[in-house]
Design a protein around this ligand. Structure first.
Ligand code: CU
Ligand code: ZN
Length: 188
């Protein structure tokens, strides 16, 4: 699912009105390029906690007009060193020790899992992050999944950022072999 689908549907059914909407959109893009009038991204910050509920870092989301940017800052000792799969899961609940209350990946259109899957990705899929030898992470990844509005992370039951024990292979089902859920941040 992409953010442009509703606009395309509109163009298909209301050609004249759609053309006007496209003009308005182009005008908006021009305005966004003007450094004097930057569109302020919507921001959201939440603590990242391990499976024991101990804080290990901070997740910061900035959601612009077309893309969401997520920054992870995890302190030394926070994670086992190496690659870790991270995903948006469907429910904003990190309260149980195995972090299963956050349910499966955000996925409104029954896509297959995996950024590299020809039938994917689902809306929860994100690139892996790498924890340094001291267990710290500083990383930034992007996603087309919006923070608010239709299909947004802040829906009625919220969402969660889950960090897995292993890396995501970006193609196998259901979660790319990423293994246990070891850290979580609520998005509500
Ligand atoms: Cu996951
Ligand atoms: Zn997925």
């Amino acid at each position: 699912m992409t953010r442009t689908l509703p606009l395309l549907a509109l163009l298909g059914t209301l050609a004249a009105a759609g053309a006007q909407a496209q003009d308005a959109k182009d005008a908006g893009k021009d305005a966004a390029k003007d450094p004097a009038k930057p569109a302020a991204p919507e921001t959201y910050q939440s603590p990242i906690k391990n499976a024991k509920g101990e804080p290990i870092g901070t997740m910061t989301i900035r959601d612009g007009a077309n893309t969401l940017v997520l920054r992870l800052a995890i302190q030394p000792g926070g994670l086992p060193p190496g690659w870790h799969g991270i995903h948006f899961h469907a429910v904003g609940d990190c309260s149980d020790p195995k972090l299963m209350n956050s349910k499966a990946h955000v996925n409104h259109d029954q896509s297959k899992h995996g950024l590299l899957n020809p039938e994917g990705p689902d809306e929860g899929d994100l690139p892996n992050v790498y924890a340094a030898a001291d267990g710290s992470v500083n990383a930034e990844v992007s996603s087309e999944t919006p923070l608010t509005g239709e299909g947004g992370l802040k829906d009625a039951d919220g969402s969660a950022l889950i960090i897995h024990a292993n890396e995501d292979d970006h193609s196998s089902q259901p979660i790319g072999g990423a293994g246990d859920r070891i850290a979580c941040a609520v998005i509500k």
